[in-house]
Design a protein around this ligand. Structure first.
Ligand SMILES: [Fe+2]
Length: 298
């Protein structure tokens, strides 16, 4: 008896073992079997085997489907839980940042507006094709969520400096500058606990470098061009637009059109030229965000 015939007989005696063979193998075996045996035996055995084979295959497919459905359901449950936890963590961070901002932001909406400006810039970078090795949907979502962390270091700045109605002296300004380090160092402590967390990492970049300027004339490190992390370059433009528009103890608010001109003049000196062009193409969205979030907060 040939090997294939022996195998066919074994399969016939133990149908359940059919499920352990790959489909391609069984089809080839049956074809080979059909060529070798006479019609009577072939019909009897072959029909019985095929019926059983179809039955076992069907059961196996059903089990696989159930298993896939179950694991998809489990995956959804885990995703929902993670989403829940992430949303509550972001809400707590948001509340704490708002508390710290309330000292020098009487409308309380600076962080909401700058979050939205950052999102607008990040989404539009994707459409230009620039910085495509850094930017994607996840990055855009993270920078929107992490941008409120940019000034958390201001909690360490005395009221006499932070809320001074006039121009800061040289030494006061030096103290004011330290808010970028305070914020960065605070987040660096968090990073030690969560070294792979991108939200914390981008928060650190934003906090540390958001006062750097494209031409290297900013603070604290005098970084220039693309040596300044993209997140901080996005934040710098968003922060300046909002600061110019807003009323502060030391200045009157500027209208949208004047703000556009100031930012356009800073193209390639204060701001990344690519991001400035994106701002100029989308300035109406910035104006809309400012008006919407300022009106509702007052
Ligand atoms: Fe700042």
């Amino acid at each position: 008896m040939s090997d294939s015939m022996k195998l066919i007989k074994d399969l016939h005696d133990n149908f359940d073992s059919l499920a352990s063979y790959p489909d391609d193998f069984l089809i080839t075996l049956f074809e080979h079997f059909a060529d070798k045996v006479d019609d009577e035996i072939q019909n009897e055995l072959f029909t019985e085997l095929m019926v059983k084979y179809i039955e076992v295959s069907k059961k196996l497919k059903e089990s696989n489907k159930k298993l896939q459905k179950y694991s998809a359901h489990l995956e959804e449950m885990v995703k929902d839980k993670v989403k829940d936890i992430t949303a509550s963590q972001v809400a707590v961070i948001h509340a704490l940042v708002k508390l710290s901002e309330s000292r020098d932001d009487d409308t309380g909406a600076h962080i909401e507006r700058t979050s939205e400006y950052c999102r607008v810039i990040a989404e539009n970078i994707m459409q230009t094709g620039y910085y495509d090795n850094q930017i994607n949907d996840v990055y855009a979502a993270i920078i929107e969520k992490a941008s409120p962390l940019h000034d958390i270091g201001k909690v360490g700045i005395a009221d006499s400096i932070l809320l001074k109605p006039g121009r800061l002296t040289g030494s006061e300004f030096d103290i004011m500058k330290t808010h970028v380090l305070n914020g960065y160092e605070t987040l660096a402590c968090v990073e030690k606990l969560y070294p792979s967390n991108k939200f914390v990492k981008i928060g650190m970049e934003i906090s540390r470098y958001h006062h750097e300027k494209w031409d290297g004339s900013g603070y604290m490190y005098g970084l220039s061009g693309e040596r300044i992390p993209l997140s901080a370059r996005i934040m710098a433009l968003s922060d300046v637009y909002d600061a110019l528009r807003a009323r502060r103890v030391y200045k009157e608010p500027l209208p949208h059109n004047e703000t556009i001109e100031i930012i356009a003049r800073g193209r390639g000196t204060h701001f990344d030229p690519v991001l400035t062009d994106i701002f100029l193409d989308n300035h109406d969205k910035f104006g809309e965000i400012y008006d919407r979030l300022t009106t509702t907060s007052r």
